[in-house]
Design a protein around this ligand. Sequence first.
Ligand SMILES: [Zn+2]
Length: 253
Amino acid sequence: MNTTSTTTGVPAATGPLLVISAHAGDFVWRAGGAIALTAAAGQRAKVVCLSYGERGESARAWREGKSLDEIKTVRRSEAEQAAAALGAEIEFLDAGDYPLLETPELVDRLVHVHREVDPAVVLTHTLADPYNGDHPAAARMAVQARILAQAVGYDAPGEPLGAPPVFFFEPHQPEQCDFKPDTLLDITPVFDRKRKAMECLPAQQHMWDYYTDLAKRRGVQLKRNAGPNLGLPHDCLAEAFVRVYPQTTAVLG
Ligand SMILES: [Zn+2]
């Protein structure tokens, strides 16, 4: 694990960061700021898209009469552009969506990714989402892969994983997904990058302002919880997360 300070005005971030996303656009809306912060601090950020969201999150393309292969190509290209805007690597596993099926082979591929990236932080979906079965499926596989990657006896290249913290990123309808944030991340310095990444997804243009507004609301909450003396800028933008495992510390505070 490395922590890097920069002289660019971007705060130190912990990397490498591994983001496991069910569909091609999910990582942008829900974790684009965290990804951009990591990249801006000179750390590695890697996104794994389990599918392109070709069936479940590409309604406009289907209505335009595009074929499945055409839609996958478009969604892949958009996600690549969004990842580039954030400064992240991206890999597509093309496992299919609606439904995204959990398989031992897919979990094994994610174990290999964990061992290769050796992440300091892992981000993925919530384990509950009554609107979208693919998101919890991705989360279950991500958590299971992290667990297996820690096992000395698991047959995959690389060293056994340590204990990188796992965070769930914010779902579209948080209350229904049992999402109660315990971590608010200040993404103000890199929000322009997140906005650029969002604009790489024109089929979901209705989401651009929605997630900009959400960042403002989470930013207000960030300031409220940070207190008045931390020198935060007047207007903050933030992303919300839920920590899966306990934070470890030698000192409370
Ligand atoms: Zn999705």
